[in-house]
Design a binder for this molecule. Structure first.
Ligand SMILES: NC(=O)c1ccc[n+]([C@@H]2O[C@H](COP(=O)([O-])OP(=O)(O)OC[C@H]3O[C@@H](n4cnc5c(N)ncnc54)[C@H](OP(=O)(O)O)[C@@H]3O)[C@@H](O)[C@H]2O)c1
Length: 324
């Protein structure tokens, strides 16, 4: 097990204290708000050039201005990226690769949660399409700059934001895009997408680590951000009911929230911690490698369906077929 001096209440700046990212390039998706914005700020503050990718031009410009004001002299490169549109994903990856021949860190952070049934431009279910398939294509198109950075700098990393929400379900192999059912449950779809994020990191690491590119998935904790924009009263009750079954939460249903700086800490730890070199593919939470836990009542740890190498390989093949 990787030892770490950090934990649930560590912040981005604590994790990165003393880390020098000068001459390193990081790409962060969903950098216009929440955890992605804090991740971009924290990496830039240690000297990294940060490509800030997001879909809303106005929000992206405001985010770049905000980081620029907090980190004087920061090297920031805004890129428009809509993960729910594969045409946009291809254009964004092309722009990034053209401007940055070396990409040392890629943080697949953007995401949507528990939204009503929706479709991406290419017809995929919105959560699976945005959170997983868009990132699958974006990441695989950035293979060459990641490999070039790995060769030049002795390693590159991909960090994929998963979630404790992966515990709500595995991959719906027979119908991942909800095309053959009228029964859509927003949390099952989020669970599938977040399981896909963890499996993607596992298979990416298996395939690309021989070239020096390692991958990790991350549960950041629970943080109040715009991610909750789709939540209705019944969703909040559903979340509390899940907590009530767990002894570690005291069975009260109460949710303990992290600050944004605490939430993004595991991401920057995954991106930089030397002690993770021997843990490629791991799912991380609270700045540690997560325990494997299959107790259905537990609200921590990683479930076996998100750690299954066969499922990870199968998801890669499925994703390749779907994105063409
Ligand atoms: N917050 C939590 O408690 C929590 C817990 C577990 C896991 N996570 C994971 O952490 C990640 C970041 O979440 P957050 O809490 O920071 O949420 P957030 O504040 O809503 O930020 C999400 C980011 O993703 C972007 N995004 C959404 N759809 C996109 C698309 N189609 N193309 C490109 N960008 C898109 C958003 O842009 P717009 O604002 O323009 O939509 C925003 O920049 C997500 O993957 C989430 O699943 C968060």
């Amino acid at each position: 097990m990787a030892t770490s001096p950090f934990g649930a209440s560590s912040t981005t700046d604590e994790v990165l204290a003393g880390v020098d990212l000068t001459d390193r390039t990081a790409v962060v998706t969903g950098a216009s708000g929440g955890l992605g914005l804090e991740t971009a700020r924290a990496l830039a503050s240690r000297g990294a050039t940060v490509v800030m990718a997001a879909r809303d031009d106005g929000k992206l410009r405001a985010a770049v201005d905000g980081v620029g004001a907090q980190v004087p002299g920061a090297e920031l490169d805004p890129v428009l990226l809509d993960l729910a549109d594969l045409g946009s994903v291809r254009a964004a990856a092309e722009a990034v690769a053209a401007r940055h021949p070396l990409v040392d860190l890629l943080v697949d952070n953007a995401g949507v949660m528990a939204c009503p049934l929706g479709r991406t431009a290419d017809g995929f279910e919105l959560q699976f399409g945005t959170n997983h398939l868009g990132h699958f294509l974006f990441t695989t198109l950035l293979h060459d700059p990641l490999a070039a950075a790995a060769a030049e700098h002795g390693g590159a990393r991909v960090v994929v934001l998963s979630s404790g929400g992966h515990r709500m379900g595995g991959i719906r192999w027979d119908d991942p895009n909800y095309e053959r059912t009228d029964e859509y449950f927003n949390w099952d779809a989020y669970g599938q997408a977040k399981t896909a994020n963890a499996l993607f990191a596992l298979e990416l690491d298996r395939r690309w680590s021989p070239e020096g590119i390692q991958a990790y998935s991350v549960h950041p904790g629970m943080i109040i951000t715009d991610l909750g924009r789709h939540l209705r009263a019944e969703d909040l009750e559903f979340m509390a009911s899940v907590r009530r079954t767990d002894e570690r939460s005291g069975g009260t249903g109460a949710i303990s929230f992290k600050s944004v700086e605490e939430g993004a800490a595991t991401t920057v730890w995954a991106a930089t911690a030397a002690e993770l070199v021997d843990h490629g593919g791991a799912y991380l939470e609270d700045c540690h490698v997560a325990e494997a836990v299959d107790d259905p009542a537990a609200t921590h740890g990683v479930r076996s369906w998100a750690r299954d190498p066969e499922a990870a390989a199968r998801l890669w093949d499925l994703s390749e077929r779907l994105v063409g």
